[in-house]
Design a binder for this molecule. Sequence first.
Ligand code: ATP
Ligand code: MG
Length: 757
Amino acid sequence: MYQPPTLDPALAPLIAALNPAQKEAVMAPPEHRLVLAGAGSGKTRVLVHRIAWLVAVEGISPHSILAVTFTNKAASEMRGRIEQLINVPVRTMWVGTFHGIAHRMLRTHWREARLPQNFQILDSDDQLRLVKRVLRGLDMSEEQWPPKQVTAYINAQKDEGRRPASLADQGDYAQRQFVRAYSAYQAQCESAGLVDFAELLLRAYELCRDVPTIQAHYRARFRHILVDEFQDTNTLQYAWLKVLAGERGILFAVGDDDQSIYSWRGAKVENMVRLAKDFLGTEVIRLEQNYRSTGTILKAANGLISKNSSRLGKNLWTEDGEGAPIQLYAAFNEYDEAEFVVNRMREHLEGRARYSDLAVLYRSNAQSRVLEEVLIRQRLPYRIYGGLRFFERMEVKDALAYLRLISNRDDDGSFERTVNTPTRGIGATTIERLRQIAREGGVSLWKAAIGAGPALGRSAGNLKQFLDLIEGLAKDTAGEPLSKVMDMTIERSGLRAHYQKEKGEQAESRLENLDELINASRSFERPPEDDEMNPLDSFLAHAALEAGEGQALAGEDSVQLMTLHSAKGLEFPIVFMVGVENGLFPNQRALDEGSLEEERRLCYVGITRARQQLYLSYAEVRRVHGTEQIGSPSVFLRDIPAECIVETRPRAGILRPSFAAGLRSGGGSGGYGSGAGFASREQRPRYGEGYNLQRPKVPAAPAYGGFTLGAQVRHAKFGEGTILSFDGDGERTQVEVRFRQAGTKRLVLSQANLVAV
Ligand code: ATP
Ligand code: MG
């Protein structure tokens, strides 16, 4: 029978600030526990207190504890909090991310892991480069076997713990080729002493599974294994925990199935259910009291998540008051939205808020661009948490480098950046040779390339094509509006096709950033009268300046911008969730596939980051790929109980097709500041006070030839897509359709032969 140790009165504060369910978890006997609880109910806090309890009260050595968190930052915070709680240093305790801990093991046991002592870690870019080299060596063309796809395949296999030898030949040719590439890639890694991210985990897992001395060592050492954010562990991480725990290790996992947002990366929320089966005797503790958010915010979160069907089920409540209602703002466009955010920030800053109390959360990375622009203009210091600022992102810099080269052929930096991006068979040797010619002749790389000719052997043809590409672009874009220049450059350089071929969230995000760049350039099409520079140069200058401006220094008080994914586990007094509109959040793919549950969980994560005040906003018109598109408020807004939300201002008029058409022909290319699509603020129509979210907000759109806005249609050439807007009437009615493959097109409705799907 377990006898809890008597608590030294000096340690009373350790459990004083815990509620009964939290205490039960923290003071549990040394047995497996799963804390299954909603957002803000103190899971992370319980985990920290549990560790302090084990050390201070159960007398467990910090040396015997392994704690896994989601980020390195969380790990160091956790260590600090434990030391504060029990006032002893816990240096020997292992706290870190899965990758960090795996790395540490491999460094210690490099021999047993069959690695050279100085093995190097391959980051994602290095990995991709190596895969490309391997594919070349195997004569597998990049067109047929996109390197990103091959890389994703390799990583996915590793995440599932599969080595090439264990992949059965199912007679599928493509599958065999993938395995062949995986095999060759792995052989290269081994001979060069390289370890990619997925390999860190797989190696460490195999090390603990297959080397008896090591297994025995860690099993004896880690008597307690504690895991935060357990809902997002993948197959391999789970298997590793199991191997480490063995028969005697005690697992303490905390998680929330409603916050599982990484299934696209292999996370298995089922691990929560498996745990209780695999670790016999696991008791599940539920925490339902929330300490983070106001009653209103919680009610909204509960209402929303109750619409998901696959849930382990729980409800959050708080002793706190209702607090302020959630404010919903229907912006006219994305600039209006950003200005709304910044204005509200100013109001809070005039009150008691500090910059770091304010966070903006968005679904897609590309959304940060407009927010950054307005923040810079209004001189509010900001940081992008867990990511780069818009103009520092790789694909954005690539596209801009093309423009720079078009503007100035002698810009060597841009030449080097673009000459083989995307890859076009111009290797490092050729570039080195060009540098040499350039140095010797005292000329730019461009001039060196023109003069080099046959001296470059096999690459000469490829280089010639590159030179022709740039010259052709310069010629064909002359006199065109800047956004067209940008679009053509992204297209003809092959950048767009390059990312289209790749699959996965990251490639999609890069495509969105490229589209956003086209949007950004729109504002520069009509430079101010007194501007000496042409639009291209003034845009390039703008991009260079913004890349270096506004970013707060590390540790400086600043507004926090981040994607919803990177907000996991964090909390802020005031949260702005922007772009809450269909197609963006939930994203188009989820809408098309009708699978909204993971997106809804992401929305739940977003709402529950807010402590006191939550703002939601959406734009009625948003520029996507350089064209204005009419948005509709997110379906998730309807999942939130209407009484939780107030509109902060009477909603602007509904952009019915005919209305939108009139506006578009009026000032379609009007840049930011003028509120694209609206000639002036005064012209914005104002409708009556408030509206009921439960009622349809948009009057039924008139049917055009039997089609309505948002209808799914098929076109003989472009495939399937969604109707975004109609223009004009009668025979000349035009329809704007976003095709899944072919992008957005404007067609004459009577001739397009669209078929409803
Ligand atoms: P998430 O699911 O978002 O990761 P969580 O369940 O890990 O949330 P915590 O971050 O641990 O929740 O706690 C949320 C907030 O509530 C923190 O500010 C924490 O300090 C506070 N809190 C938790 N429990 C208590 C308590 N018993 N008394 C006072 N404050 C508490
Ligand atoms: Mg937490």
